[in-house]
Design a protein around this ligand. Structure first.
Ligand SMILES: NC(=O)C1=CN([C@@H]2O[C@H](COP(=O)(O)OP(=O)(O)OC[C@H]3O[C@@H](n4cnc5c(N)ncnc54)[C@H](OP(=O)(O)O)[C@@H]3O)[C@@H](O)[C@H]2O)C=CC1
Ligand SMILES: O=C(O)C1=N[C@H](C(=O)O)C[C@H](O)C1
Length: 253
């Protein structure tokens, strides 16, 4: 059984990850990492202990894997500290910068501790990234529209940023940190437009324009359940890794 801890257990994604790990036969949920001892935490995670620091979590609960589902401010320190304490991170949280990804990649390699970054756990989004990387070679004029629920604080989405980085890599144009102006956020040379509206969950379009034609690739998540099979896959896969993997698309073959 894989010993798993979840960071961000009171969140929308964290609560679902806790449920998935409790019900999954291959997993043993050994603890949750929160930033406070929440009043309802004991009912939320059942009999699972709540930790507020990584060192105690590592020493007492001894997790093999940490599923990181917090926010763009906590994700880097949590992932770094997990690696340094011998815990393999599976990072679902969005908002890591390219510089932070570079540092985590170095750290993961130095310690020989596997780490998977998956800003989108849904198989459909991973496929969209693959298809967009293929299409950009033939239709280089592309833009991304990512559309999310109005509770999403960060932009552009992690999915859009990774899609843009993969497209730039495939096109050979080199990836760069996102910068904003009136034409969306420029991520690796690709404009990304962020929409936040009630009623939406998680949606992304990649548009490729050509002479007299338009190719549109679109993925929609209508329920957070869409992320769970990819998360389960990543938790199992990271056990066999000794370096950082950037994107679920790299492990689905
Ligand atoms: N990979 C994927 O497929 C998906 C990724 N996401 C990403 O996952 C992340 C979480 O999303 P969502 O669940 O909707 O967000 P929520 O805001 O619902 O939950 C985030 C939770 O993390 C907690 N938190 C913040 N800092 C820490 C910390 N240092 N230690 C422990 N817990 C902490 C917050 O606590 P508090 O309430 O005190 O602030 C909050 O409960 C986002 O980055 C989102 O973009 C979302 C959907 C799918
Ligand atoms: O906050 C969300 O909801 C989501 N965040 C991730 C992202 O930033 O790409 C994944 C998915 O889009 C849902």
């Amino acid at each position: 059984m894989i010993r798993v801890a979840v960071a961000g257990p009171r969140g929308r994604m964290g609560a679902l990850a806790v449920e998935t790990m409790i019900t999954g036969r291959e997993f043993l949920l050994v603890g949750v990492l929160d930033r406070k001892m929440a009043e309802k935490a004991d009912t939320l995670a059942g009999a699972v202990p709540i930790y507020t620091d990584m060192l105690t979590l590592a020493e007492e609960a001894k997790p093999d894997v940490l599923i990181e589902l917090t926010n763009h401010e906590s994700v880097y320190p949590n992932t770094r500290d997990a690696i340094m304490n011998g815990i393999r991170p599976v990072v679902g949280t969005s908002g890591l910068t390219e510089e932070q990804i570079g540092k985590l990649s170095e750290l993961s390699g130095e310690h020989g501790i596997g780490c998977i970054l998956a800003p989108n756990f849904s198989i459909g989004a991973a496929l969209l990234m693959k298809f967009a990387s293929m299409a950009v070679k033939y239709m280089p004029d592309a833009e991304i529209i990512e559309l999310h629920h109005d509770g999403k604080k960060d932009y552009p989405s992690g999915t859009a940023s990774l899609t843009a980085r993969m497209m730039a890599e495939s096109a050979g144009t080199g990836s760069t940190e996102g910068t904003g102006d009136g034409r969306g956020t420029d991520v690796s040379g690709i404009p990304v437009h962020s929409v936040r509206l009630p009623g939406l969950l998680s949606h992304q379009e990649v548009l490729f324009g050509g002479e007299g034609q338009l190719l549109t690739l679109r993925h929609d998540s209508f329920s957070r359940q869409s992320y769970m099979s990819g998360m389960v896959l990543a938790v199992k896969d990271v056990m066999n890794r000794d370096c950082l993997i950037d994107g679920l698309d790299k492990i689905i073959g």
